[in-house]
Design a protein around this ligand. Structure first.
Ligand code: WQD
Length: 340
């Protein structure tokens, strides 16, 4: 069975392609390489022995998008990762995020309507919940005002898909990722930040290896147990496997609605300072950090109630925070060897 993966050379996309291929799916990968490196295909092949068919296409190009998806209209599904994803960057460059994330989504949805590809998996985000007092969040926790344009594009994306699904014969599934971290245990693939990373864990590993200076903790005056923000950090391979299970859930017709939503988090809230301590413990390396101002766009705390994904997708988290820290560090060391 063939699956089209957009954003497939990216961080979560590449890990999901590994999981799909290991579960017998044939994968077609589409990416414009604006925020990823072609190396990801080599890493995928090293792990699974199979290199996915690859098209370097910008999904904001409607004709090119329709052409490539029509070429593979026999696919049983499309998993749509391709999007810009930095909360911080989106605050400073909202138009880039609205144009890129919405245009590419609309072009993929148009291609699905024309080709009749039956299943669509949308890469959504816990950032759709905004700042909420109701923690842990369940899939029915009301979303509040998006704290960043990035989060807003994910809220709008979900609403667009839900409205289309009211009349479409296809099926969609919205997967709300919490904070993906870590790397494949083989250290053959992982996150390859382009330029200075905005995200905490790649910043930590680059600081630990000496590529960057001290880490800045963006605020320690939040109303949390240690004053720093709380997130639900989940191993990227656990998120990847959920995509395979989500496709199987749709293929087997187990979905109760034709646009179900699932939280993909561990259920544990962890603070920035606790992540730093976990890295120091597992990598046996002291980190240099300082306390700075709060970062615009950040929510105070967010972590998941993941019972629905556990029961309906038969999904479970395999990896711990320490596993994620160690795999992130192993991957940083590998990137140095590969000169990535
Ligand atoms: C986490 C915490 C920062 C860097 C991510 C993804 C987004 C979405 C949600 C999937 C915050 C603090 C960070 C640093 C710091 N995931 N921090 N110093 O903003 O939660 O968003 O998860 O869709 O796509 O980007 O992740 O890693 O940027 O920040 O103190 O140098 O770490 O303030 O509290 P975020 P992050």
């Amino acid at each position: 069975m063939k699956v089209i993966v957009t954003g497939g050379t990216g961080y979560i996309g590449s890990h999901t392609i590994v999981d799909l291929q290991e579960n017998g799916f044939e994968v077609v990968c589409i990416d414009n390489l604006s925020r990823s490196k072609i190396y990801a295909l080599e890493g995928i092949e090293k792990i699974t022995g199979k290199r996915p068919k690859f098209y370097e296409i910008d999904l904001c190009d409607k004709d090119a998008t329709l052409e490539v998806i029509s070429e593979h209209s026999d696919a049983i599904g499309i998993i749509h990762f391709a999007a810009l994803k930095s909360v911080y960057e989106s605050v400073g460059n909202p138009l880039l995020y609205y144009a890129n994330n919405l245009e590419s989504l609309l072009n993929v949805l148009s291609a699905i309507a024309i080709t009749g590809i039956p299943n669509f998996v949308f890469s959504s985000s816990c950032s759709v919940y905004g700042n909420t007092e109701q923690l842990p969040v369940t899939e029915s926790t009301p979303t509040s005002k998006a704290e960043s344009p990035y989060a807003h594009t994910k809220q709008m994306g979900e609403e667009i898909i839900q409205n289309i699904q009211k009349i479409a014969s296809s099926k969609s599934i919205l997967l709300r990722y919490f904070n993906p971290i870590g790397a494949h245990p083989s250290a053959e693939i992982g996150e390859i930040p382009i330029g200075k990373p905005d995200n905490l864990v790649p910043y930590i590993t680059q600081s630990a290896i000496g590529k960057l200076g001290p880490i800045t903790v963006y605020g320690n005056d939040y109303p949390t147990r240690d004053g720093s923000c709380i997130r639900d950090y989940i191993h990227v391979s656990d998120i990847a496997h959920a995509h395979t299970l989500a496709l199987q859930y749709l293929l087997e017709g187990r979905n109760e609605s034709n646009c179900p939503v699932f939280n993909l988090g561990t259920g544990n809230g962890v603070s920035v300072l606790e992540v730093i301590a976990a890295f120091e413990k597992t990598a046996q390396k002291k980190l240099d950090y300082k306390i700075g101002d709060r970062r615009p766009g950040d929510v105070v705390a967010i972590y998941a109630d993941n019972q629905k994904a556990k029961s309906e997708l038969n999904w479970n988290c395999k990896y711990t925070l320490d596993d994620s820290m160690l795999s992130a560090w192993k991957w940083e060391l590998k990137m140095q060897q590969l000169n990535l």
